[in-house]
Design a binder for this molecule. Structure first.
Ligand code: THU
Length: 129
C-alpha cells in the first residue's frame, strides 16, 4: 500500500496541476505492476467541460504507453477529509483496474483512506452484454 515516498510524490506532483478556474489542485500517482510510476494532475480549460481530472491524466498516460497492468493508485487533494474521486474517474478506473486494486485517498493533512475500485464503484458497467 502507498508508502510515505509515494504520498510525498503525489503531494509534489500536485504542484503541476493546471487549475486557473477552480484553484483546486489534485494529483495522482499510478504504480504499474512492472514498477513504472505515472503521475497525473488535473488540467482545466476555459471550456470547463474539457477539464481532465488528475486520476484520468495518470491512467491515460500509462495506457498510451502500452501499460495495462496496475498495482495501486494514490490520489491527493487539499481537502479536509481524504479526497473522493469523481464518478467519471471511478468509471475509468473500473475499465482498467481489477476490482480489488487499492486506491489510497489522501487529504491535505496526509491522512488516508484506502478503498478498492470495487468499493468505489459497485455494480459496475463493464461490458455491453
Ligand atoms: N478533480 C480531479 O482532478 N479529480 C477528482 O477526482 C475530483 C475533481 C478536479 C477537476 C477540477 O479541475 C477540480 O478538481 C474541481 O472539480
Amino acid at each position: 500500500m502507498a508508502t510515505t515516498n509515494l504520498i510525498d510524490l503525489v503531494v509534489e506532483t500536485t504542484k503541476n496541476a493546471y487549475v486557473p478556474y477552480s484553484h483546486f489542485p489534485v494529483g495522482a500517482v499510478l504504480v504499474a505492476k512492472n514498477g513504472q510510476v505515472f503521475t497525473g494532475v488535473n488540467i482545466e480549460n476555459a471550456s470547463f467541460g474539457l477539464t481532465n481530472c488528475a486520476e484520468r491524466t495518470a491512467i491515460f498516460k500509462a495506457v498510451s504507453e502500452g501499460i495495462l497492468d496496475f498495482e495501486e493508485l494514490i490520489i491527493y487533494g487539499e481537502t479536509q477529509k481524504p479526497i473522493s474521486p469523481c464518478g467519471a474517474c471511478r468509471q475509468v478506473m473500473a475499465e482498467f483496474f481489477d476490482k480489488d486494486l487499492p486506491v489510497t485517498l489522501v487529504a491535505k493533512d496526509k491522512s488516508t483512506v484506502v478503498m478498492t475500485v470495487g468499493e468505489l464503484l459497485p455494480y459496475t458497467f463493464t461490458d455491453l452484454t
